[in-house]
Design a protein around this ligand. Sequence first.
Ligand SMILES: Cc1cc2nc3c(=O)[nH]c(=O)nc-3n(C[C@H](O)[C@H](O)[C@H](O)COP(=O)(O)OP(=O)(O)OC[C@H]3O[C@@H](n4cnc5c(N)ncnc54)[C@H](O)[C@@H]3O)c2cc1C
Length: 417
Amino acid sequence: MSRFNFWELAKNALSAHENWGRQWRAPEPKAEYDVVIIGAGGHGLATAYYLAKEHGVTNVAVLEKGWLGGGNTGRNTTIVRSNYLWEESEGLYDHAMDLWQDLSQELNYNIMYSARGVMMLAHTIHDIQVFKRHVYANRLAGVQNEWLTAEEAKEYCPPLNISKNMRYPVLGAALQRKAGVARHDAVAWGYARGADKYGVDIIQNCAVTGIRRGADGAVEGVETSRGLIRAKRVGVVAAGHTTTVMDMAGVRMPLESYPLQALVSEPVKPCFPCVVMSNTIHAYMSQSDKGELVIGAGTDQYISYSQTGGLQIPAHTIEAICELFPMFRRMRMLRNWGGTVDVTPDRSPIIGKTPVPGLFVNCGWGTGGFKATPGSGHVFAHTLARGEPHPINAPFTLDRFRTGRLIDEAAAAAVAH
Ligand SMILES: Cc1cc2nc3c(=O)[nH]c(=O)nc-3n(C[C@H](O)[C@H](O)[C@H](O)COP(=O)(O)OP(=O)(O)OC[C@H]3O[C@@H](n4cnc5c(N)ncnc54)[C@H](O)[C@@H]3O)c2cc1C
């Protein structure tokens, strides 16, 4: 596989770009691997990449029941930020933020990371108190975050309506300048290409249907739609389907799966410079490089595995967007879609060991795991390679729902993002 550089681009331009090679192989599954990862979303692929690159574990298979990046990774609204409240989360999300900075160079693949700033609007006294608490907590931990008045927010994002006649006027905003967006499927493709280069087998159209355990209870391998694949270490990275996969090993997870929707408008010229989120009236928006306004809606109120959702949810979001940005009232919406998000009771992920020897899990990212993709893969690779968590993911145990040492990020995760 060739590297992307000026000379390759020039050479391929001479043949109208028709001779670029495949970006990853389509191998047949082997009978046995050192590590099997279930789920070829961004988190599973990043895990495989760092396992091979940083730990020298290359006899790895990533099994995907559909196509790689076809789950939540290819369905999200691409927002990347790290202004969470608790130290544990700041450590995890800021680790990811550090990796985002030069991920395109690392992967030799343009993931279109754009640090255009994420602004979270305050509409009530309670919002102001909560966001200022986040700003102070973040700054104490060395995480970028700052407070803006309503006028400063409008200066940062001119289409914002700060009139006092709104149902919930904008009273101020928390801004993380280095936050922004990255192209979601390029992240999956970049990690897939990188992992494949190190010899990792990415096997698509291969659904895991069972987890085989030995007489001592330890994992021996997985049953799949393409036969039994043996492995003494298995990492489950299956997002909304984590409960069903973990059920196969007899482990009950503290997760609920909800449909979460997003939608995009017809494309227009660049007119929206940053990302704006409002927890209170529940909407958020950015503009893609194609020009579409990318709008995030909320979760449905009921649990489901369907990758669609109730129409009233995006309709409510559109009302909020029209209130915040009246200039977009006449825009037409092009398409909407849904994903299945895995939500924990404290809105923080679970990354680590399970009660089953050899079985590890990385899940519970809910409505906001895209931003963590590089950091999550990096620490989960460490956990799988060494059998022990990295210090960054050590607090994110499954056991915390038994001991009560929760990491409550309900406020930071209030609007889906
Ligand atoms: C509409 C929407 C908007 C979002 N917006 C944002 C955002 O702006 N910012 C943000 O940070 N996060 C956002 N998220 C959340 C984010 O997308 C997810 O947290 C993240 O992508 C999860 O990545 P993953 O790799 O864990 O899961 P996925 O990408 O879902 O990958 C899991 C994979 O496992 C596979 N799988 C499942 N069961 C099996 C099986 N039995 N055998 C084999 N494979 C299996 C699935 O097919 C899937 O491909 C959003 C999510 C949605 C749905």
